[in-house]
Write a protein of this length. Structure first.
Ligand code: EPZ
Length: 422
């Protein structure tokens, strides 16, 4: 397994191109199953999770072809077997988002239950509730979700809000299924993430009739058939946020080419409060430090609230800022795998249930650390960029799931970072 070695202390300078959004690419690749014929998706990030989704589509019988310029074409063809095996689902929970399209298209599908992961139990009750409301019969048998729709799915009024707010992939699954249902579906308590808007836009290009993308109320008028379409994925707001934090903590000046300011308002708000200057530019976003960083308080919430996928990265910034900051993790109360590794680097963090109290002013020092999940691993890279001495991060396959060529991009910004094959 590869390792990443970083020698901290270099202020980052220059510009970095932000890749296509992982969390948009995955449901949109699944949505191509809804049509007959070849859809072409561009600005696809080159990530392990995208390769896993391609493997799932191929296992179903689809033809998937990547071309050099970040494009992927998918032709579902005659889907041979509507079965998504556990060995693929357990490597990527997002596999669950083929459930809605396959149910709508084929009327029967078996997908391994994704189970949980290090950031939490990851239930799918809202996905199943929404699909049942559309008329599907769903049982959990021997670790598989067995879904049947004897007749065509039927539109319905569905409330999808859960005890942790809306569900992104739950909304995606039900919205995709509803596009081919008979009649009108209203999803209340829908997720408003930009990735849901991107998916709705792609579905409409395929001939679906989805209204309200980006609001909590989606209205979908079912149609008989969807056509393949072409679409460019939106930029990855979490990758962009990660590089913004890197610019802030190293005291540099970083330009994020292609980043969409309007997708990052909550993150910009907190970074400005911490002392960063964030400017909109015609190519994207520019960040540089105005004064010494000061600690802020973060509560993670569904979009447009502060994104849980940026919590670990902000914890690094708070660790080295002046003052004490409190993090309240309202989406995944256990999403603190990064804390133990940051403590090894000299951070001063006390965890209390879904809260973490971060005492700033830490002088981080490099150490051998272990990546555990995607965003926790990104936090370890950030900590390594500012730590005194050398940080060695193992199990970087976690990073490769969601960050395209991270060591190349950081090297181009002046970081002393390299990947070694173990
Ligand atoms: C998406 O996961 C993202 N993944 C996650 O990003 C992100 O952290 C999450 O949304 C929240 O923003 C993709 O889009 C591929 P949810 P998703 O359903 O859709 C609870 C990353 O690092 N819930 O919005 O699986 C759930 O437990 C990944 O890129 C239910 O209770 O998350 C959580 O507390 C990590 N029942 C909350 O809702 C359900 O049926 C939000 O989960 C579904 C979810």
């Amino acid at each position: 397994m590869d390792k990443i070695i970083i020698t901290g202390g270099e202020p980052l300078k220059g510009s970095v191109r932000i890749s296509g959004a992982k969390n948009s690419a995955l449901p949109i690749m699944a949505a191509t199953l809804l049509a007959e014929g070849t859809s072409v998706i561009s600005n696809i990030p080159h990530l392990r999770d995208v390769e896993t989704m391609a493997a799932i589509l191929r296992a179903l019988g689809a033809k998937v072809r990547f071309s050099g310029d970040s494009r992927v074409s998918v032709n579902p063809g005659k889907l041979i077997q509507p079965l998504v095996p556990y060995d693929l689902v357990r490597t990527m929970r997002a596999s669950i988002c083929v459930l809605g399209p396959l149910l709508a298209k084929l009327g029967s599908v078996k997908v391994a239950h994704p189970g949980g992961c290090v950031i939490g139990p990851r239930p799918i009750d809202l996905h199943l509730k929404g699909l049942r409301k559309l008329g599907a019969k769903i049982e959990i048998e021997h670790g598989y979700i067995v879904a049947e729709a004897k007749a065509r799915l039927k539109g319905s009024e569905i409330y999808l809000g859960g005890s942790f707010g809306s569900s992104v992939l739950g909304t995606a699954n039900v919205m995709m299924a509803a596009t081919l249902a008979k009649g009108r579906t209203v999803i209340e308590g829908a997720a408003c993430e930009p990735e849901i808007v991107d998916l709705a836009n792609f579905l409409n290009k395929m001939g679906a009739k989805v209204k309200g993308g980006g609001t909590h109320i989606l209205q979908i008028q079912g149609v008989k058939k969807l056509e393949p379409a072409e679409h460019a994925i939106i930029p990855d707001r979490i990758e962009a946020g990660t590089y913004m934090v890197a610019g802030a903590i190293t005291g540099g000046e970083v330009r994020l080419k292609g980043a969409r300011f309007e997708h990052l308002q909550a993150v910009v708000d907190k970074l400005e409060e911490a002392g960063l200057i964030v400017n909109r530019t015609k190519e994207g976003i520019k960040v540089h430090l105005r004064a010494k960083l000061k600690a802020v308080d973060i509560t993670t919430l569904p979009y447009p609230g502060f994104p849980t996928d940026m919590q670990a990265q902000m914890m690094v910034l708070m660790s080295i800022s002046e003052g004490i900051g409190v993090i309240i993790e309202r989406i995944y109360p256990d999403r603190f795998m990064h804390v133990s590794e940051l403590l090894r680097m000299g951070a001063n963090i006390m965890r209390e249930g879904p809260r973490a109290i971060v005492k700033g002013g830490a002088k981080l020092s490099g150490a051998p650390v272990m990546a555990s999940d995607l965003r926790a691993s990104a936090a370890l890279v950030l900590a390594g960029l500012v730590a005194e001495g050398e940080t060695e991060i193992s199990r970087v396959y976690h990073l490769d799931r969601g960050y395209e060529r991270i060591e190349e991009k950081f090297s181009k910004l002046g970081a002393r970072i390299r990947r070694v094959e173990e």
